[in-house]
Design a protein around this ligand. Structure first.
Ligand code: UDP
Length: 236
């Protein structure tokens, strides 16, 4: 169904209830990614850092926002290395490329090189966000998907199975969308991604599928074209 996908995972999705990582989540992720790589799909991954820290915690910590953002970006690198470790354990060749140079642990981000890895069937994990404070890993996903010309962003959510017109955990009458446009997301202020990321996807005409990562084999299902979650596109 898709030739090249960018999978966006939140940092929180990798965490257990009482720890930074849940090894079962990492192992299951690796198993699913191996399956889609074996299907012939080229896979790039952007992972968040929310299991460590987020920029919006700056105030409560009393630490300068830029400093906390740097901490967040480093958290995404740790997550990227954990994903690389899990993937290599199941025999999937993986490269981590970081937007902040740290050449002893990962390659620097070089778009053409990333594309070459993908063409060779290697998974590429992009760490350290876009390398600048005041951005999110959703924006990173939008930017990297544009740069590597991914067919779609697969946004794996933690416990939410798509985009709703209201928060389904609070409002039991909330209705799930099967499809919608980026303009609707912006106008109705739907909580899909932050507005920078949404605008970037809109301007670069990148499709996005929001789906639940906690349901069995959903990463495999979505890449094989099963209709799950919500698809967000330019036309809706
Ligand atoms: N971050 C940043 N620049 C980027 C990407 C991330 O400063 O390009 C920082 C920011 O503080 C963010 C944190 O890293 O809150 C973790 O990323 P994010 O909140 O997107 O992670 P997620 O919520 O997906 O786990």
């Amino acid at each position: 169904m898709y030739k090249r996908v960018l999978l966006k995972l939140s940092g929180e999705a990798l965490a257990s209830t009482d720890g930074i990582f849940d090894h079962e989540v990492l192992d299951d992720l690796a198993r699913q990614v191996k399956t889609i790589v074996d299907d012939g799909v080229e896979v790039a991954i952007v992972v968040g850092g929310g299991n460590f820290i987020r920029g919006k915690m700056a105030e409560e910590l009393g630490i300068d926002r830029m400093q906390v953002d740097n901490m967040g970006m480093l958290g995404t690198v740790i997550n990227s290395l954990a994903i690389q470790g899990a993937l290599e354990k199941v025999g999937v060749e993986t490269r981590v490329q970081t937007a902040i140079d740290m050449v002893k642990v990962a390659e620097p981000y070089i778009p053409r090189r990333a594309i070459r890895h993908l063409e060779k069937g290697r998974v590429v994990v992009f760490g350290a966000g876009i390398g600048s404070a005041f951005f999110s890993t959703d924006t990173t996903a939008a930017l990297r998907a544009s740069e590597i010309k991914a067919d779609v962003i697969l946004m794996a959510k933690n416990g939410v199975d798509g985009v709703y017109n209201a928060d389904p955990n609070i409002d039991f009458s909330a209705v799930k969308y099967d499809s919608l446009s980026y303009m609707q997301v912006l106008q109705e202020q739907l909580k899909v991604m932050d507005s920078t990321a949404t605008s970037m996807c809109m301007e670069n005409d990148i499709d996005l599928i929001v789906f639940n990562m906690n349901e069995k084999d959903n990463i495999i299902k979505v890449t094989r074209g099963e209709t799950i979650g919500t698809i967000v596109s330019l036309g809706g």
